[in-house]
Design a protein around this ligand. Sequence first.
Ligand SMILES: NC(=O)C1=CN([C@@H]2O[C@H](COP(=O)(O)OP(=O)(O)OC[C@H]3O[C@@H](n4cnc5c(N)ncnc54)[C@H](O)[C@@H]3O)[C@@H](O)[C@H]2O)[C@@H](O)CC1
Ligand SMILES: [K+]
Length: 240
Amino acid sequence: MTQNTFRTAAGTAVTAVTAAGMREVDRVAVEEVGVQLLQMMENAGRALARHVRDASEGGRVVVVAGDGGNGGGGLACARHLANREVPVRVVLDRPPGELSGAAALQYRILEAMDVGVATGAEAVARFDEPTVAVDALIGYGVSGEVRPPAADCVRELNGRSDPVVSLDVPSGMDATTGDTHGVRVNPDRTVTLALPKTGVDAVDGALYLADIGIPATVYERLDIDYDPPFGDGDWVELVG
Ligand SMILES: NC(=O)C1=CN([C@@H]2O[C@H](COP(=O)(O)OP(=O)(O)OC[C@H]3O[C@@H](n4cnc5c(N)ncnc54)[C@H](O)[C@@H]3O)[C@@H](O)[C@H]2O)[C@@H](O)CC1
Ligand SMILES: [K+]
């Protein structure tokens, strides 16, 4: 099942987009309007860190990240948590040397900060104390059945009894259809970015929409109905 419109608790209608639609929003934001990816990622990471601090109540956090835009947002979140002295560790689904693009940039900052980084699903399993986990493995860019090592990380995340917070969409969930690509994370809350994706009505747990700074002109250029939903805040809960 997919949903084309969501609502905030205040009753504002929010248009949902497919993965292709969101990719087009990102393209217009960057190429036509001049908003840079790292600016949006910074907003995503900061908003996500606030949600994680909420869920963790000061306890430990593990951020499980992939190497795409979703992973980059997770790594930015780890930095914001460390900046607030939240005890945070990072697990990458692949060795750091295999990172590229924005995720590699985010990783280099964490390295300079001495934030602990481990690799692989076994590292997720090692967090046996109460720990909020952040799922930043894969976002709307999922393609085909989720493969190892990401698939093993997903299973480890689902085996945890502590809260899991997913960035944008639960990893392994098709952002357009809500279908599962073989395996997917079952989060306690999802912080989706800019606009809800049509498939996210299939998420478990609470669903929040975070502002990553995309101006209304981007939506106007794409004929997407947009009534700013955020009010005074940086995110809103979506109620269906
Ligand atoms: N406006 C934007 O462009 C922003 C996007 N952001 C994030 O970037 C995401 C989109 O980024 P990308 O296009 O890089 O894509 P993703 O990060 O969603 O996915 C690409 C990553 O997933 C892996 N992957 C894909 N399919 C897989 C499979 N079947 N098995 C195992 N691994 C698989 C790829 O190897 C790659 O690491 C969004 O969901 C969002 O979370 C945010 O960081 C902030 C700004
Ligand atoms: K995710």
